[in-house]
Design a protein around this ligand. Structure first.
Ligand code: MG
Length: 345
């Protein structure tokens, strides 16, 4: 058997400019990876690099040739562990580049045995969950409109970006426009520990499900300070990259937010899930702003999760890839009967 890998850089416009505590973006650059076997079967994956984790589209393009060399020299998409270990030896860090390759390999491996990826992984598609839809930081009226639009599109779980000096007003606005929705918030490291406790107490009256990443990841003691005082559950995102980080956050957070773009792919994500379970944590899968080339891969892990935040493709003005359907806000894994991740042009 032989494998051939290639990549293509794509710039997507976003449906709305997207603002979080760290900044604003109105486009997202992904790098799409294709891996083809000698029978012409193609697996697709995608990288959505984040500068927060030291990556850009340029760094992804710079390391992909070395990762492709590993894939092509092993030459067997079912050798997922071997390829993953070799990629880690050849290239350190660069998780989104590795995720693109790993997702494409999972897609290809499952296609070769003619199974949807969840069946290749032995998971139950009936265990479907609702994804949250993210409301970025904006002025009051725009946030109200975005909330009404999300509700009209069938999303009843909203993830609201906070971490500003007007978070109470933001929650008042969103809750006012969506009285029945489940609302979770993400501060993206935007608060100091004391601010976090104060702000969490101030927004708790708006019936908030949990608070993600209240304080900067580089201050783990600050996270513990917040966790011990917060009236709401705490989720970690920036504080948790790989499975080996789980023991360090398990005593200061309730929920682990995994992303394929942090773990470097599906295999490490599954290890992270089991590590987090063993430490008594609940688990969420999140995403960057990504096309379905990569989101589709993450969607197949839904049966292992408690919460889903896989709206990356929905935030794009237009995604050239179709993925796992989201039906009335729910990830409808059972609707995917075609083999692989279901990502297709
Ligand atoms: Mg987050």
């Amino acid at each position: 058997m032989s494998l051939t890998a290639s990549f293509e850089r794509v710039e997507y416009a976003l449906e709305h400019p997207f603002t979080i505590a760290r900044g604003t973006q109105d486009t997202a650059e992904n790098v799409i990876v294709r891996i083809e076997d000698d029978e012409g079967t193609v697996g697709v994956g995608g990288a959505a690099p984040s500068t927060h984790y030291g990556e850009t589209p340029d760094t992804v393009e710079a390391v992909l040739p070395a990762l492709f060399e590993v894939v092509e020299s092993v030459g067997d998409p079912h050798q997922l562990d071997r390829i993953e270990a070799s990629m880690d030896r050849v290239v350190t860090d660069n998780p989104s580049a590795k995720a693109a390759v790993d997702i494409a390999l999972h897609d290809l491996a499952a296609k070769r045995v003619d199974l949807p990826l969840y069946r290749y992984l032995g998971l139950d598609p009936a265990a479907s969950l609702e994804t949250s839809y993210t409301i970025g930081i904006d002025d009051r009226e725009t946030m109200r409109e975005k909330t009404l639009e999300a509700r009209a599109r069938g999303f009843s779980t909203l993830k609201v970006k906070v971490g500003t000096d007007r978070d109470r007003e933001i929650l008042e606005t969103v809750r006012g426009a969506a009285p029945d929705a489940i609302i979770r918030v993400d501060a993206n490291e935007g608060w100091t520990p004391r601010e976090a406790v104060r702000n969490i107490e101030a927004i708790a009256e708006f019936d908030v499900e949990f608070v993600e990443q209240p304080v900067p990841a580089e201050h783990p003691e600050g996270l513990r300070y917040v966790y011990e005082r917060s009236p709401l559950p705490i989720a970690v995102d920036e504080s948790l990259v790989r499975a080996t980080d789980v023991p360090d956050v398990a005593d200061r957070a309730d929920i682990a937010n995994l992303k394929l773009m942090k773990t470097g792919g599906i295999r490490e994500a599954i290890r992270l899930i089991h590590a987090a379970r063993a430490h008594g944590m609940e688990i969420m899968a999140g995403c960057m702003i990504e096309s379905n080339a990569s989101i589709a891969g993450a969607a197949h892990l839904t049966p292992l999760l408690d919460y889903v935040d896989l709206d990356g493709s929905i935030l794009l003005a237009e995604d050239d890839f179709e993925g796992v359907p989201i039906d009335d806000g729910s990830v409808d894994l059972a609707a995917i009967e075609r083999p692989g991740t279901g990502a297709r042009i």
